[in-house]
Design a protein around this ligand. Sequence first.
Ligand SMILES: [Zn+2]
Length: 67
Amino acid sequence: MPAYDFRCKRCENKFTVRISISERDKVRCPECDSSSVQQLFTPFAVTVKSGDSHSCDLSCGSKTKFG
Ligand SMILES: [Zn+2]
């Protein structure tokens, strides 16, 4: 069962619950029992990087002509 991170809008409590995806709207804060919670989307696999880096460790301008 997947785990979701939530933050309570009332008491700012952050908590993680393990529920099925259909029960996400029924989540209540365990601290103040408020139903106004906001789901936090944690990036699991962020692979997008800004900027480009060329990897040329083998033959990047290192070949010179001999004879
Ligand atoms: Zn709360």
